[in-house]
Design a protein around this ligand. Sequence first.
Ligand code: G3H
Ligand code: 13P
Ligand code: ZN
Length: 314
Amino acid sequence: MALCPMKEILKEAEKGGYGVGAFNVNNMEQLQGIIRAGDEAKSPIILQVSKTALTYTDKELLVAMIQVAAKKHPHLPIAIHLDHGSNLALVKEVIDLGFTSVMIDGSLQEDGKTPRSFDDNARVTKEVADYAHKKGVTVEGELGTLGGIEDGIAASKVILTDPKDAERFVKDTGVDALALAIGTSHGAYKFKATPKLALDIITEVHRRVPDTFLVMHGSSSVPQELIEEVNKYGGELKKAMGVPIDTIKEAIKLGMRKINIDTDGRLAFTGAIRKYFHEHPEVFDQRKYLGEGREAIYKWVKSKMIDFGCAGKA
Ligand code: G3H
Ligand code: 13P
Ligand code: ZN
């Protein structure tokens, strides 16, 4: 099957009741680690690329690498997805490059900070959906803003997804997938104390729009062992905390299908490289330490594929 629209992957996940990890890619080592994990775990793969990743690498080069990797694994369904696309111009650009799926994040304005009104979000999202669907490309939208919950109440500025609005948003825009704000946030510092998520939102949105694939952003678990490895070898990460794996499994049971992970990959890669530098101060061959990072990504991603239930599904 190789490269396919993301909805082909998520349709199977919905039928099977499992989640599929969507892993961010910025370079060759990450890509190789993720593909090896998917190949060994026999898992569908969603590779997601942010705007920052497109400018860090060279967009044509990054996409060409992904396309070659997909060609070499024709038995695996693989989607190339734009993570947090901010406007139609960017969406058009990546579709021309060969992306099979795009996210239009209309929850925030172009500054990435100010929330958009429902109507404004629906307008930009519909514009993207109309364009992308004509090209056979899957579309993910987002309603609500990411951020933590304390004592069951969202922090100021955080807008959790209202299930009634979600139903109207899906109808108005025609998106295939919808990112829900349930109390997660991006990065390594998601919670100050015991993690709390509004899991009931998943149940209610899934009931109202059963044909729309639900997406969980900010899903890194930030496990203590990864933090300890970074800190043991000179890093300084303090009080980092993510979403416990049991909570993610519960979210999948309730209907989440695409599980976005970036931070955990960064931690695994960084810890492995720091350790290698510490243990081999004489080495300056970058293949040695980047190879350690690649190995760490592979192991971590493979374990996530098993946790999310998508291992064995490709
Ligand atoms: O949603 C954010 C992702 O982790 C991508 O982050 O823009 O630094 O590549 P980035
Ligand atoms: P994390 O920062 O929790 O890995 O979330 C990544 C993400 O949501 C990318 O869209
Ligand atoms: Zn995200």
